[in-house]
Design a protein around this ligand. Structure first.
Ligand code: FES
Length: 278
C-alpha cells in the first residue's frame, strides 16, 4: 500500500444507515436472490419491462436495489472486456425490434439489465451498437495507481492488477480487492457508460462453487454498471472514507445520498427496465 494512493475525502451530506454485511456474506453468493420491484415507466420504445438481473447487493441508504453486474471475459492477450449478449431481431407488439439476450451461467443475461437512469438511451446500450467491448480507463480516474499508469482510453490488462492481493489506499482493509474506474461500449458515443472493475480473492473463492460466478467472472475480476439506482450518481469502491461512517469501508459508496453496495455479495434483483427510446 502506498500512502499517496489515498483518494481525497468527499464532502457532502451525511446520513446514518444500518451496518452492512462483510466478507462472510460470500457464503450466500448466488444462493438466493433478493427480489425487489421498482417503478415502471409507460413511455414507448423498444424492449424494457420486467427484468431479473444479477447485481451487487444494495446494503444501505435510499437506493432501491443493487447495481447490475457486467459479465467478464479476458482475451488471449490478457485484456479485460465485458460480455455483450447475442443480438437478434424479434417481433414485439407487432413490430420488429432488436434485443440483446443470451443464456449465461444458468441465467438469462440481457441488455435490459442496464436500462435505467437514462442509460437506456445511450448509444452503447443499443443492442446493435458496434463495439469491441473492452473496459477502458476513463478521464480523471479515482485511484492514484490508475492515473499513474493508464492514459484515458487505455484498455485494462490483467497485469494492471497483479498486486490485487495486497493493494490498498488507506480506505478500508488492504487486500480486499483492487479497483479501477472506467467506461464500456462508449467509444465514438456521445454518452459514457461508467463501469467499475474489481479484482479480489473473495470473488475467486466465491466462484469456485457457483455456476453464475464461474460464467460471469474470471480470475477474480468482477464488473458492474456504476450508476447508483437511487438518483443515478456514480459511486465508488474505496473512493471515500465516508463509506466507513455509513456502513462498511470496504463497500461501494455513493456520495450523493449515502447508499452502499456490497460487491462481494451478488443477488438477483427484479425491476422494471425502461424501454429504449425510439
Ligand atoms: S444515493 Fe442517491 S444517487 Fe446514489
Amino acid at each position: 500500500m502506498s500512502a499517496d494512493d489515498k483518494y481525497p475525502e468527499e464532502s457532502g451530506r451525511r446520513r446514518f444507515v444500518k451496518g452492512v454485511v462483510g466478507g462472510s456474506a460470500l457464503a450466500g453468493v448466488g444462493a438466493l436472490g433478493t427480489v425487489t420491484v421498482n417503478s415502471a415507466t409507460a413511455s414507448p420504445g423498444a424492449g424494457g419491462g420486467s427484468t431479473q438481473a444479477w447485481a451487487i447487493e444494495n446494503t444501505g441508504g435510499p437506493a432501491p436495489r443493487g447495481m447490475p453486474q457486467i459479465p467478464i471475459e479476458i482475451d488471449s492477450e490478457g485484456y479485460i472486456k465485458g460480455v455483450w449478449p447475442d443480438v437478434e431481431t424479434v417481433t414485439q407488439g407487432g413490430r420488429e425490434v432488436q434485443v440483446a439476450e443470451m443464456d449465461l451461467g444458468g441465467s438469462t443475461y440481457s441488455s435490459e439489465w442496464f436500462q435505467y437512469c437514462g442509460v437506456e438511451g445511450y448509444g452503447g446500450i443499443q443492442p446493435g451498437y458496434e463495439s469491441e467491448n473492452y473496459f477502458r480507463s476513463g478521464s480523471n480516474p479515482a485511484y492514484n495507481w490508475q492515473s499513474q499508469s493508464k492514459e484515458e482510453g487505455d484498455r485494462f490488462h490483467v497485469d494492471d492488477f497483479s498486486d490485487y492481493e495486497e493493494w490498498g489506499n488507506g480506505i478500508g482493509d488492504p487486500g480486499t480487492g483492487k479497483p479501477a474506474s472506467g467506461r464500456w461500449r462508449s467509444e465514438d458515443a456521445s454518452d459514457i457508460i461508467p463501469i467499475q472493475l474489481l479484482r479480489s480473492t473473495r470473488i475467486e473463492e466465491a466462484a469456485q462453487d457457483d455456476e453464475w460466478l464461474q460464467a460471469s467472472t474470471s480470475e477474480g475480476f468482477i464488473a458492474w454498471l456504476n450508476k447508483c439506482t437511487h438518483f443515478c450518481c456514480v459511486p465508488g469502491y474505496k473512493q471515500s472514507a465516508d463509506a466507513g461512517r455509513f456502513g462498511n469501508p470496504n463497500s461501494v459508496y455513493c456520495q450523493c445520498h449515502q447508499s452502499t453496495y456490497d460487491p462481494f455479495n451478488l443477488v438477483q434483483t427484479l425491476f422494471i427496465a425502461r424501454p429504449r427510446p425510439d
